[in-house]
Design a protein around this ligand. Structure first.
Ligand SMILES: NC(=O)c1ccc[n+]([C@@H]2O[C@H](COP(=O)([O-])OP(=O)(O)OC[C@H]3O[C@@H](n4cnc5c(N)ncnc54)[C@H](O)[C@@H]3O)[C@@H](O)[C@H]2O)c1
Length: 256
């Protein structure tokens, strides 16, 4: 990376989460980081720890990605720090915040459907809409959206219908936005992990875990760090020709 840039990450505070591992991977690659999460206190602590460990500028604060005014406030807090010189300009946005829907279809409620769509799909829309104008203005940006193998093959122990639909919406969003971005210097791509070993899977039974592993040619779930590496690569200068792509990282569990 030739110039200092900030990577903004949503859903990046959870212990053992993909977001936190991704914040660490960006910092290791020399990025400043802005860690945003529903749990703003945890985001602040995670940012401070990672910033100190890797010697990069770091900010952590609250966001509810499903709430327009919360997204605007988080965006303003970051731009204020950029303007004051505490953070370099935003170069990457990793839309990672998400929630699952482990409920069979006939047990779902409209409330659950709306919530899962709001955090996964509307959240990706709102946060992208907030940070994209600055990226276009600077002529550089990397947006990386968290989808899931559930969008491609449907369902899964945790994925079920609302989650699969919301993660599929993110793929359509990514492709359509990629076409609109043209030669602005901003790219937008999606990542579709299979099962990853995080707390999102807490509550699964040993039988469910064994069934998941049996279905993966590599015979194991991914580590958060393995997924984090894909985000950092998609945000690099070298990834400039990847536009609207879907990058699978699923141990071979879904092959096109
Ligand atoms: N773990 C897996 O097997 C797996 C597989 C494919 C995709 N994913 C996706 O990866 C992402 C991260 O998953 P994880 O396993 O690390 O989960 P996690 O539950 O450990 O982390 C999710 C984070 O998102 C935050 N969050 C939830 N709602 C939010 C909101 N409204 N606004 C802001 N932050 C919010 C949570 O506080 C948490 O820190 C999710 O989008 C998930 O759907 C996970």
């Amino acid at each position: 990376m030739t110039e200092a840039r900030t990577a903004v990450l949503t859903g990046a505070a959870a212990e053992r989460g993909i977001g936190q591992a991704t914040a660490r991977a960006y910092a290791e690659a020399g990025w400043a980081i802005a860690v945003l999460d529903l749990d703003g206190g945890a985001a602040e602590r995670v940012a401070a720890d990672i910033g100190a460990a890797f010697g990069v500028a770091a900010y952590g604060g609250p966001i509810d990605v499903a709430d327009e005014s919360s997204v605007e406030a988080a965006h303003a807090a970051i731009e204020q720090r950029v303007a004051g010189g505490a953070l370099p300009p935003v170069g990457a946005l990793a839309n990672i915040a998400g929630i699952t829907s482990p409920v069979p279809f006939l047990e779902t409620t409209l409330d659950l459907w709306n919530k899962v769509m709001a955090v996964n799909a509307t959240g990706t829309y709102l946060v992208t809409r907030a940070f994209l104008p600055g990226m276009i203005e600077r002529g550089f940006g990397r947006i990386v959206n968290m989808s899931s193998v559930s969008a491609q093959r449907g369902g899964g122990v945790f994925g079920k219908v609302p989650y699969s639909a919301a993660k599929a919406a993110i793929l359509g969003f990514t492709k359509a936005l990629a076409r609109e971005l043209g030669s602005t210097g901003v790219t937008v791509n999606a990542v579709t992990p299979g099962a990853v070993d995080t707390n999102i899977r807490v509550g699964s039974t040993p039988e469910q875990e064994a069934a998941i592993a049996r279905d993966i040619p590599l015979g194991r779930t991914a580590t958060p760090e393995e997924v984090a590496a894909v985000f950092v690569f998609l945000s690099s200068d070298q990834a400039g020709y990847l536009q609207g792509a879907t990058i699978d990282i699923n141990g071979g569990s879904h092959l096109h």
